[in-house]
Ligand binder design. Structure first.
Ligand code: SAM
Length: 224
């Protein structure tokens, strides 16, 4: 049956690819990849040869219609991002919405994503949480943080290492220096680490030890 398959890929450790993800990659007629060179390395590791098409934030609007047409003409199309689950702070949503509109079948495979292991390992409540993803880089950043400050549940942010200090300073100003926080680095990789404490101790630490690698910030909710 023709369909769109959303295929999560490892966020570091290649052993995290699932058996279903491998089957799905093998089954598709074409694999849409955020960066075909990056995904090419994964395919090489899996010993799979597959036709790939670039699909990323800069061409997704332009390509959506033709991709839906491909699926309607009986092709199976797979979508991967560079790492983790497509659609989670990565391209995917627009295509899924277009497929839903067109009545095209969508299969979503469960698999690697950074925010779930970060949240679950943080030691902060994970029964209720709010996923923010990346904060806006400039405009709207403060107002997003003001909104997050009032949420009575755990908050999860994605952040790049070179913005971590600035973000921690803003979290300290707006959410308070005593707020519980966990900085999660390099999940599933050799230097994976969880830095748990309050905002002021983590800020002090990362001002001394320059932040490196990929980062998830998990923040305790207001009043929790
Ligand atoms: N689609 C991905 C997912 O499902 O998690 C997210 C892609 S987003 C462009 C990349 C961000 O995810 C990074 O800047 C970082 O915040 C987070 N991330 C991805 N891999 C990570 C890892 N191994 N350790 C910690 N954070 C990670």
């Amino acid at each position: 049956m023709s369909k769109l398959i959303l295929i999560p890929t490892p966020i570091g450790n290649l052993k995290d690819i699932t058996l279903r993800a491998i089957d799905a990659i093998q089954s598709v007629d074409v694999l849409l990849a955020e960066d075909t060179r990056h995904t090419g390395k994964l395919l090489k590791h899996l010993k799979i040869e597959k036709k790939m098409l670039p699909y990323h934030a800069h061409n997704e609007h332009r390509l959506m219609e033709s991709i839906v047409d491909k699926i309607k003409s009986k092709e199976i199309v797979g979508l991967v991002s560079d790492a983790g689950t497509p659609g989670i702070s990565d391209p995917g949503f627009l295509l899924v919405r277009e497929c839903v509109k067109a009545g095209v079948h969508i299969e979503t495979l469960p698999g690697p994503t950074a925010f779930i292991p970060a949240l679950v390992g943080s030691g902060l409540p994970c029964d209720k949480f709010y996923f923010e993803g990346f904060l806006p880089h400039k405009k709207g950043r403060q107002s997003r943080l003001k909104f997050l400050a009032n949420l009575p549940c755990t908050i999860v942010l994605y952040e790049s290492p070179h913005r971590l200090i600035k973000t921690l300073e803003q979290i300290s100003d707006i959410l308070g220096q005593d707020r519980k926080i966990c900085i999660v680095r390099e999940l599933t990789k050799i230097h994976e680490s969880f830095h748990r404490g309050d905002v002021s101790t983590q800020l002090e630490y990362f001002k001394k030890v320059l932040p490196k690698g990929e980062i998830v910030i998990v923040i305790g909710g207001n009043g929790i």
